[in-house]
Design a protein around this ligand. Structure first.
Ligand code: Q9C
Ligand code: ZN
Length: 316
């Protein structure tokens, strides 16, 4: 398995987010990625490679030009060491920008596209260590630590080679990915997440959001109560996996969030570190060329061990 990694993500490092009107520590930290990379190294998992550069049109076929330009110009105008909260093209108070944000977000897209290209050319599995994450970024908006939708851009790239299923197991619903593919039937979106009645992003992720037009029936949400037990979670995951198998895609993109972990500081279901081995094993029943896209997961200390457990289950 190739692991695509780029140290340049550290240039995006906001000092805080705003929660309930108060400044709180930013949860989406650069150390999240080092935690995973260090654990992969220590366990001799995967072959680490650097991303290739891709042309901007891959990004602008998913995101509006004016939005991408806004990200670029805003990043350019921010003074180093300041954290700026844009007033436009943003859905909440969880997507602050620093001067390196645009560069890091484009870098994250290149990480995703490098993995997509490998999977399109015959690799069975690639792991794109994307940061910042992407699944809350919609056609014309940032939010929830996300600026450009890495998984959607990769899935759109793969859709030129065949039909694609996006399975999203981040704790939060991927409202951006859902929006981007809502009217398409060549990309299936299936998401397992905390119910939006009680959890971010609140405005999307409901059961009755099933797609529109050509996309009707190709958007599937499994909202779960915050107090969902491990066994209930595993049962729901099995149903989501069956949906992907019924669609029978040519490629699978997994939006891989580790914030379902019980120890996550901002989220979490009743899942222990070892449970990610079973989750990986269940997902390994999806025998399609697979691209893993890193989304959330905020318990920096345990992320490495969660990732190695997941990969052990997925690959053995
Ligand atoms: N301070 C992803 O997992 N809520 N985004 C923050 C806690 C926003 C999560 C409140 C959660 C966004 C990619
Ligand atoms: Zn999340």
């Amino acid at each position: 398995m190739f692991v695509i990694f780029d140290p340049n993500h550290t240039e995006h490092s906001p000092s805080h987010e705003i929660y309930d009107g108060r400044q709180v520590n930013y949860a989406e930290l650069p150390d999240r990625i080092s935690s995973i990379v260090n654990a992969l190294d220590a366990n001799n998992i995967g072959t680490r490679i650097s991303p290739e550069l891709f042309v901007k049109s891959h990004t602008t076929s998913v995101h509006a030009n004016d939005y991408v330009n806004f990200l670029r110009k805003t990043s350019d105008s921010i003074n180093p060491d300041t954290t700026f909260f844009p007033s436009y093209y943003i859905t909440d108070t969880y997507a602050p920008m620093t001067t390196g944000t645009y560069k890091a977000a484009l870098g994250s897209v290149n990480i995703a596209l490098t993995g997509a290209k490998m999977v399109a050319s015959g690799e069975q599995l690639a792991y794109s260590l994307c940061r910042p994450p992407g699944h809350h970024a919609a056609t014309r908006s940032m939010g929830g630590y996300c600026y450009l939708n890495n998984a959607a851009i990769a899935a759109n790239y793969l859709s030129h080679h065949g039909r694609v299923a996006v399975l999203d197991i981040d704790y939060h619903h991927g409202n951006g990915t859902q929006e981007i593919f809502y009217e398409r039937n060549d990309v299936l979106y299936v998401s397992l997440h905390a119910q939006p009645q009680s959890d971010y992003p609140y405005i999307a992720g409901y059961k009755n959001e099933t797609g529109r037009g050509d996309g009707f029936g190709y958007n599937i949400n499994y909202p779960l109560r915050q107090d969902t037990s491990r066994d209930e979670y595993i049962r729901a995951l099995q149903v989501a996996i069956d949906d992907v198998n019924s669609f029978d895609p040519d490629y699978l993109v997994l939006s891989l969030g580790f914030d379902t972990y019980v120890g996550d500081p901002i989220a979490g279901f009743d899942l222990e570190i070892q449970d990610f081995r079973l989750i990986g094993a269940l997902i390994s029943e999806l025998v399609y060329p697979t691209l893993l896209i890193q989304e959330g997961g905020y318990c920096v200390e345990d992320l490495g061990e969660i990732a190695t457990n997941f990969l052990a289950g997925l690959t053995t």
